[in-house]
Design a binder for this molecule. Structure first.
Ligand code: SF4
Ligand code: SF4
Length: 451
């Protein structure tokens, strides 16, 4: 057996093992299209090289030459700075008023003082909000994707987060801990993970993190929110990959509700621990935030704000929910490194925008809003869609290439995406090939499919 024959057999074996293994991963993830393509490439690719190994040496040399050129070109492209983007300033100048957000506006009742005063100041929102109110509503049994059992599950979760609203704050122990900020930061991060958080980060609290006025939750509607705390602990909890894949059907809402509960539970526990150590602390949970959680989490080093205007983490992408605790306790902030590779990937990808049923996600590049470069979805049309179908949709989250599970196969792709513009473009092409430009919705697990 010649050296060229051995090389060709070896390449065939590598192709077979790599794509075969990827096929098995896809099988375990329930990705039928990716599984079929992987097994197809494993079989055909390996067979091509095995056949080439049986041909005359001159032909074998040509095949090996082509492979070598492809490898060299791939390596050169890997280091060429294609797609280099300037992140620019992404810190807003002013504080956002919580009364402006769609969840708060949707609750305004015609005839109330709050309703009259809000639309007197913001007549531009009235028509759009009235159209939204005409829809059946979130978790309404008249909505398009209504399912009594799945909606009841989400309502059960909302019931619990609502019950926890009063537990976000409390009295502070008189005796203060004497431990150093380093020791306490390490302890609280470890504790958050122990309680169930996935990633944890700390940031110095900035005025732009906080809403300017209360819109919902505990406290008086319209009251000014003071900047009292100095630090914030932000954390993520992971949403289940299979449940998210069913978006925009009701099972994703079950998962949303479940993870809001998890985030609220961890935040409430963590805030109470800090108060027992002698410092003020407040948990920020679903329906009772005083701040914009994605901005806090980003500045705590947990990820970047992507095209769909929410936090994207390096390993789970947008497939997370957030919790935050703010405090007067001095902590050591994490260093935030803006992720230009993610911005570049979002620039070329646009998969969320293509798949958004309400076309609420922009397809162009980032624009400047309030001094900060960012993408901004249309929250009105997005929320109106939720109210039409009854779920919180999440189709954008389900199709995002960053949402793939945290395993060796997808982490290899993420590693390349982070380092090379050429790899990002190849990775997007492969994602479209293996999963489809408009990926199919997944079926919910059997036990969820009760009608
Ligand atoms: S789907 Fe693509 S464009 Fe949208 S957030 Fe994910 S990576 Fe960015
Ligand atoms: S949640 Fe649904 S409607 Fe809203 S932006 Fe995402 S895909 Fe579009």
């Amino acid at each position: 057996m010649t050296l060229t024959t051995i090389f060709l057999l070896l390449i065939g074996l590598i192709v077979f093992v790599f794509f075969g293994a990827f096929g098995l991963v896809s099988l375990s993830e329930g990705e039928r299209r990716a599984k079929n393509i992987s097994f197809g490439i494993a079989a055909l690719g390996a067979m091509t090289f095995f056949l080439a190994a049986s041909l005359p040496t001159s032909v074998q040399l040509v095949v090996l030459g082509v492979v070598l050129v492809a490898i060299v070109v791939g390596i050169i492209l890997f280091f060429i700075p294609i797609g280099r983007v300037e992140v620019g300033n992404d810190l807003p100048n002013t504080r956002f008023d919580e009364r402006e957000i769609m969840f708060v506006r949707a609750r305004l009742k015609p005839g109330t003082l709050e309703y009259e005063s809000y639309y007197a100041q913001h007549p531009e929102h009235k028509k759009s909000d009235e159209r939204t109110r005409e829809m059946p509503g979130l978790l309404s049994l008249d909505a398009k994707f209504a399912n009594r059992y799945q909606f009841a599950s989400m309502d059960g979760s909302f019931f619990l987060t609502h019950a926890l609203r009063e537990a976000v704050d409390g009295s502070v122990a008189l005796e203060r801990t004497k431990k150093t900020p380093e020791e306490l930061t390490a302890f609280l991060k470890g504790l958050a993970r122990y309680y169930g958080a996935l990633d944890v980060g700390v940031t110095a609290l900035q005025p732009y993190h906080l809403y300017s006025h209360i819109g919902r939750g505990t406290g008086e509607y319209g009251a000014t929110i003071p900047v009292e705390h100095r630090y914030a602990v932000a954390f993520t909890v992971e949403m289940d990959f299979d449940m998210v894949g069913t978006a925009p059907k009701a099972s994703i809402s079950m998962e949303t509700g479940k993870q809001y509960v998890e985030a609220a539970r961890v935040a409430v526990q963590l805030a109470e621990v800090i108060r027992l150590l002698g410092f003020e602390a407040r948990a920020h949970i679903d329906g009772n935030y005083r701040l914009i959680a994605p901005l806090v989490a980003r500045d705590a080093g947990l990820g970047e704000i992507g095209r769909m205007s929410i936090l994207m983490t390096p390993k789970q992408g947008p497939r997370v929910r957030l919790g935050v605790v703010t405090t007067t306790l001095e902590l050591i902030p994490d260093h935030r490194e803006p992720n230009a590779a993610l911005i570049d990937f979002c620039n070329i990808c646009k998969k969320c925008a293509v798949n958004c049923p309400s076309r609420s996600i922009p397809v162009d590049e980032r624009q400047e809003y309030d001094g900060a470069m960012r993408w901004k979805i249309d929250p009105d049309t997005c929320f109106r869609y939720w109210n039409a179908v009854g779920t919180d949709c999440g189709r954008c989250m389900a199709v995002c290439p960053y949402s793939h599970p945290d395993n060796w196969a997808h982490n290899f792709i993420r590693w390349g995406i982070q380092r090379s513009g050429a790899f990002r473009r190849a990775a997007l092409w492969l994602d479209d090939l293996f999963y489809g430009r408009e990926p199919a919705e997944k079926a919910a697990p059997e036990w969820v499919r009760i009608e």
